[in-house]
Design a protein around this ligand. Structure first.
Ligand SMILES: [Zn+2]
Length: 284
């Protein structure tokens, strides 16, 4: 068996939580796991009681991501050094340093460089709406899609090959995260029963949640639920004490965490029909 290599392309510290279980699972099996995080989440709110300011938030969140990455077994962590664009409509959208303002081909170039360096067979990223419409999630999705198609083409970003000693590399499979409709409808129902207003991201998830029958790939990570929660808690500055996760029954929350769901968006290898349970199916 070839050495398995997996690369996740995301936008903010904590975005990796959607794939933290599968990353740990493949890392345990010897895979090399690489995480690319385009920003440091500088535009988010700071959880109460956390020793951070708007000035040092990027550094705090970088440290939090490194804490999570260690628990998850991520071997390589890269930041692309863009600034968090904030939620859709926020003034930070217009900051010239923001990922939303970046030249998409420049973002794709940076991702392509890391693909050529680490040679993953499998990539994961956000879906085209970035789950709930966050501009940075959408942008990294677009860059990942471009990089998936061009990293193996020597005509793309040829200076990486001429001057940096890199070779073209063709990624075999590209996945994006899927938010299963039934799971999120259940959460919304439970939140309503608990008298909670649904936070905007959950409302947005629900509008675009993936019909369960469209989910191609389910990775069972039940044995890593505690590990996932422990990695999640590294992101202390993002822990909202009024989050709906504290209000819904914990067995239901844990059941949701036990299965990571994705869409196999692109594949250059043949995959048998039916629900796929291994991202590396079809790869020699
Ligand atoms: Zn995010």
């Amino acid at each position: 068996m070839t050495h398995q290599r997996l690369l996740g392309a995301y936008a903010h510290p904590d975005d990796e939580q959607g794939v933290s279980g599968l990353m740990r699972k493949y890392a345990n099996a010897g895979a090399e796991v690489t995480l690319v995080c385009a920003t440091r989440g500088e535009a988010g709110e700071i959880a109460p009681g956390v020793n951070a300011t708007m000035e040092n938030l990027g550094q705090v969140r970088e440290d939090e991501l490194r804490c999570a990455a260690e628990k998850i077994g991520i071997r390589n962590v890269y930041f692309l050094d863009y600034r968090d664009s904030g939620m859709s409509g926020a003034p930070e959208n217009h900051d010239p340093r923001a990922l939303w303002q970046a030249n998409l081909f420049e973002v794709a170039e940076k991702l392509t460089r890391l693909i050529r360096r680490h040679q993953p067979q499998v990539m994961t990223t956000f879906d085209p709406n970035g789950g709930y419409g966050h501009p940075d999630h959408i942008r990294i999705h677009q860059a990942a899609l471009i990089a998936y198609f061009v990293a193996g083409d020597a005509r793309a970003y040829p200076e990486q090959i001429a001057r940096e000693g890199l070779q073209p590399w063709t990624v075999s499979k590209l996945y994006w995260g899927a938010f299963p409709r039934q799971r999120f409808e259940k959460y919304a129902h439970l939140a309503k029963l608990a008298g909670l207003d649904l936070p905007v991201p959950i409302q947005e998830f629900l509008k675009r949640a993936t019909p369960d029958e469209a989910i191609t790939t389910q990775i069972d990570v039940a044995e890593f639920v505690d590990l996932k929660l422990s990695a999640l808690h590294c992101h202390a500055s993002q822990m909202n004490p009024n989050s709906i996760w504290g209000k819904i029954p914990q067995d239901i929350r844990r059941a949701g965490l036990a299965m990571e769901t994705l869409i196999r968006a692109e594949s250059r290898v043949v995959v048998p029909p039916g629900v796929e349970t291994d991202l590396f199916t079809g790869i020699e």
